[in-house]
Design a protein around this ligand. Structure first.
Ligand code: ZN
Length: 467
């Protein structure tokens, strides 16, 4: 395993937070670096609230200093005040520095999936909502009774690999009111800003964008191709690319017999098959390739067609189509069904990879955002809203803590062993928190060791620092 250890990463983030611009007057009881690192520590330790962090400051002071390099931990009010002032771009920059180290260790390369391309997925999460508290950045939902719900959401672009449990969040983009725009910001607009960020920050990377049916349209597909990426986008009947499904269904009706017979008769008189107004000899129509794979009690059915067009108005945009279903061999019932368009040339080999990648979208939902929501990150808790950037900065610090945890799961054997011992992430965080509160440790690695092997007092007596 190429290791990028957690303690070195905490040291790095603190050294960067220390450099943040501080506009306060001289009277600074608490440093900016200590305040931002405290925000990160809250999400690293998975404290359930700012109050929990606050309540334990005294008993945790030693470990906060040794592990998180926080010299003088500020109380919650100070953390909020200072975080509210910071431009989110500063925190994003630190996260980029962490990702740079991931690249340097060669860990990024492990995510290559198809001909040097990595799968890029986007999803969002709602992280603040209130009927009273709001700021100029909140998006608003007006209700019939005249009340308004104010909220903050964030989109994240992650790279994923169908065979990996870990995803790496590359960039975030808050869905917030944009300067000079009166209409609510929306996921589609935020995703455009997000992808621009991804492109400028990861120039050398080749991505296959794995996206929702919402994105199966022009000019989006054209944009993807202009940027040199490829796509696998889910399609549904009646959506922007619903016509592709109709083309596939029409082609499916041409039997092999008809194709063969027509080929023979082709020299004499072409029997034309009308298909969306285009009359082409049957033998020249794209063929539906079919493939079946048995896997235990499941029959996996793949149909694929190359060289269709996006829709009636965009016949110049060529797309390939995959229909995938899983059937129970016993009952013949369809258990799952998915359809995608892609610009990857489809063969018996590539179609399997495309379907697998398409299905990996669930990974980001199940393993990124559900991890954030259900495995202790307290994403939906309101840690505070502030007046300027607090809400966004908390969400960014949480994504940074999440990235550091994902790197551990990807590269740190000790973390993997500790997770195995605790069984669930939620229990691992509980174990880390209880050790962190009760015993002095020099490093997070030492806590992982204590979780894996248990500890003896003699072991803990071996200390490197003098305090
Ligand atoms: Zn707000």
């Amino acid at each position: 395993m190429k290791k990028l250890e957690i303690d070195a990463l905490f040291k790095y983030t603190k050294s960067q937070f220390d450099k943040f611009k501080d506009n306060r007057a001289d009277n600074k009881q608490y440093s900016m670096g200590d305040a931002v690192q405290s925000g990160l520590a809250i999400f690293s330790l998975k404290d359930s609230s700012m109050l929990e962090f606050n309540k334990r400051i005294t008993e945790r002071a030693g470990n906060l200093k040794r592990i998180f390099k926080i010299n003088n931990p500020p109380p919650d009010g100070e953390v909020r005040k200072l975080l509210d002032e910071i431009a989110p771009v500063q925190i994003e920059r630190v996260k980029r520095g962490v990702l740079q180290q991931v690249k340097q260790k060669g860990l990024f390369k492990e995510f290559e999936y198809f001909k040097g391309y990595k799968l890029l997925l986007i999803d969002g999460v709602h992280h603040f909502s209130s009927k009273k508290v709001h700021c100029k950045n909140c998006t608003q939902k007006k209700h019939e009774d005249g009340t308004i719900t104010y909220s903050h959401s964030m989109l994240s672009a992650v790279i994923a690999h169908p065979e990996k449990k870990v995803v790496l969040p590359l960039c975030e983009e808050p869905i917030i009111q944009q300067d000079g725009v009166t209409k609510n910001d929306c996921a589609l607009n935020a995703s455009k800003r997000l992808l621009k960020k991804v492109r400028t920050r990861h120039l050398a990377e080749k991505f296959i964008r794995v996206e929702d049916a919402l994105y199966a349209n022009d000019p989006h597909i054209r944009d993807i191709q202009t940027e040199g990426d490829k796509f696998i986008i889910r399609v549904k009947p009646g959506s922007g690319a619903g016509s592709v499904i109709e083309q596939y269904e029409a082609l499916l009706k041409i039997t092999d017999g008809e194709r063969a017979a027509n080929k023979k008769a082709a020299a004499k008189a072409h029997k034309l098959y009308k298909w969306h107004g285009i009359e082409k000899p049957i033998e020249n129509q794209p063929a539906v390739h079919k493939m079946e794979v048995k896997e235990e009690k499941i029959l996996k059915v793949y149909h694929y067609v190359n060289d269709l067009y996006l829709n009636e108005t965009h016949k110049d945009i060529k797309v390939n189509f995959v229909h995938y279903e899983e059937r129970s061999i016993e009952t013949g019932k369809i258990i799952k069904k998915f359809q995608w368009i892609t610009d990857i040339n489809l063969t018996d080999t590539s179609v399997v990879k495309v379907a697998k990648a398409g299905r990996s979208r669930w990974k980001i939902e199940n393993e990124t955002f559900n991890t954030l929501k259900n495995q202790g990150y307290h994403f939906k808790h309101n840690f505070g809203h502030g007046h300027k950037n607090l809400c966004t900065n908390f969400a960014l610090l949480m994504m940074l803590a999440f990235l550091i945890d994902q790197i551990q799961q990807l590269s740190n054997e000790l973390f993997v062993k500790a997770l195995k011992k605790s069984e669930w992430k939620k229990y691992l965080w509980d174990d880390v928190r209880s050790f962190f509160k009760t015993m002095p440790f020099d490093s997070m690695e030492m806590i992982y060791n204590a979780i894996i092997y248990g500890f003896k007092i003699e072991y803990l007596a071996i200390r490197q620092s003098s305090d």
